[in-house]
Design a protein around this ligand. Structure first.
Ligand code: C2O
Ligand code: CU
Ligand code: CU
Length: 498
């Protein structure tokens, strides 16, 4: 049994359970709720997820009087959406709590590492300092240790949808696949009222005994994907709505490898923000495309009673071109179901959301070229011995990540045009910390959003051209592929802005 199916015939729950290698007994157990079962043929323990439950939201922690002080413990034995599971989570849950902040706030996180491997915290997309005990990806917190983060959200930080996840090089994909991720929302002045403002955090997972299931180098090369696609830790939840309502969905692609195309049956999705930045114009779209790490805020305006699947199509990936290697992706799955009640009504009016900061208009002061490296054979420097397997080389410009080396040095105040090229046979999501970029063009002619973003998919055999203002926030940070098995294997590099 496979996960493949045509868009109109998404996999059934029974098939989904089959993906975990469970038999009929497991299906029965699953029907009564959540069960943890030993699976004799794989010696794995899999948690069986029921489907069709009402959507739950992760617990929410909001700042008060300019500060949000939270204790977060990253540890195994976490529940998924409030039920016991072998996931890894923050404070016992996956996704972890949603953190709500305002511009000018301080985020004080005491992170305790309850895992048996290093971890740390990255505030993906936030325009905050990468130095010291702020959003510093070079920090590694050893097992059993605690670290105090102090992250100052600048005044004037744009409101929007961001997220947090671990960033300890070599361990990121495992930790994300096991469930360590959470939403981070920046709120500003009151925005148009909506009847529901929902975080919809998408993860995928394969639960093994006590954590992520084991894998092999070939699978890491193409980027692992979990067998079950989850929304807020739930398998195919129901999103309730009433006809005539206006809902805001904050979609976060927190999967380790999947580029997702999201489609809601019979309703356009009105895209109002991308990567946390409110777009100059709201656009009704049939499909929202999210590379790993991307976010989109959409408005949904149900106008009649019914049941409407929200589907997710995973773009296919093949690491070795046409010549071999595993092909992954290509399936379409039901992510959730919008269930609308009440008599048919005219769709609610579209409010106007104040647009976020426009791309920096200053003169370009410099240019550079970066090239993804992925292939067989040696030639990689120190640090190339990540989890990618022997003889595989992942990196940029022929070099694997080395935390000590600084790969790019940029003068504070520069506005640069970067061409990121990808001679490899698969698309890579390029991500830069701290300094969002404007996408000028790519080799596939993908329409641009007109707003800064922080992850862009670089087409296989193609390129993207970016314009990056380095006008604020001096410090040293990283850029990398957001297929996190690639990042862990060395497809990351460092940048210092001084
Ligand atoms: Cu979400 Cu460095 O990543
Ligand atoms: Cu990031
Ligand atoms: Cu990659």
């Amino acid at each position: 049994m496979t996960g493949r199916s045509a868009p109109r015939h998404p996999i059934s729950r029974r098939q989904a359970l089959g993906l975990l290698g469970l038999g009929a007994a497991a299906v029965t157990a699953g029907a009564t709720g959540w069960a943890t079962l030993g699976v004799s043929d794989t010696t794995r323990t899999a948690s069986v997820l029921p489907s069709g439950e009402p959507l739950g939201l992760p617990p929410e922690l909001a700042s008060r009087q300019g500060q949000l002080a939270v204790d977060l413990t990253a540890a195994p034995g976490a529940s998924l959406a409030g039920r016991p599971a072998s996931a890894w989570g923050y404070n016992g849950s996956s996704p972890g709590p949603t953190l709500r902040l305002r511009p000018g706030d301080e985020l004080a996180v005491r992170l305790r590492n309850g895992l048996d491997q290093p971890t740390n915290l990255h505030t993906h997309g936030l325009r905050v300092s990468p130095e010291g005990n702020s959003d510093n990806p070079f920090i590694h917190i050893a097992p059993g240790e605690t670290f105090d983060y102090r992250i100052a959200i600048p005044d004037g930080h744009p409101p929007g949808t961001f997220w947090y996840h671990p960033h300890a090089h070599g361990y990121v994909a495992d930790q994300l696949l096991a469930g360590l991720a959470g939403a981070l929302i920046v709120d500003d002045a009151p925005e148009p009222a909506v009847s529901a403002d929902r975080v919809l955090l998408i993860t995928d997972t394969t639960l093994g005994a006590g954590g992520p299931a084991a894998t092999d180098p070939a699978t890491r090369m193409v980027g692992r994907q979990g067998e079950l696609l989850l929304l807020n830790g739930l398998h195919r939840p129901v999103i309730p709505a009433a006809s005539g309502e206006l809902q805001r969905w904050r979609l976060i692609n927190a999967t380790t490898s999947r580029t997702l195309n999201l489609h809601l049956d019979a309703h356009p999705l009105t895209r109002i923000a991308f990567d946390g930045i409110t777009l100059p114009t709201a656009t009704g779209v049939d499909t929202v495309r999210l590379a790993p790490g991307n976010r989109a805020d959409v408005l949904v305006r149900p106008d009649r009673p019914g049941t409407f699947p929200l589907t997710a199509s995973t773009e296919p990936r093949r690491a070795m071109g046409m010549m071999g290697g595993p092909a992954v992706g290509g399936e379409t799955e039901v992510l959730a179901t919008l269930t609308t009640s009440g008599p048919a009504r005219a769709p609610s009016a579209l409010p106007t959301f104040p647009p976020g900061p426009a791309p920096d208009a200053g003169a370009t002061t410099g240019a550079r070229r970066l090239t993804f490296t992925m292939g067989m054979g040696g030639g990689m420097g120190p640090g190339g011995t990540g989890s990618g397997g022997q003889g595989m080389s992942f990196g940029f410009d022929g070099r694997a990540y080395d935390p000590v080396r600084t790969d790019q040095t940029v003068a504070l105040g520069a506005v640069e045009e970067w061409t990121v090229s990808n001679p490899t046979p698969m698309a890579h999501p390029f991500h830069l910390h701290v300094w969002p970029f404007e996408v000028l063009a790519d080799s596939a002619g993908t329409p641009t959003t007109g707003a800064p973003q922080d992850v862009v998919l670089v087409p296989a055999g193609g390129w993207v051209r970016l314009r990056i203002p380095f006008t604020v926030l001096p410090g040293r940070s990283v850029y990398h592929c957001h297929i996190l098995d690639h990042e862990d294997a060395g497809m990351m590099a460092s940048i210092a802005v001084r």
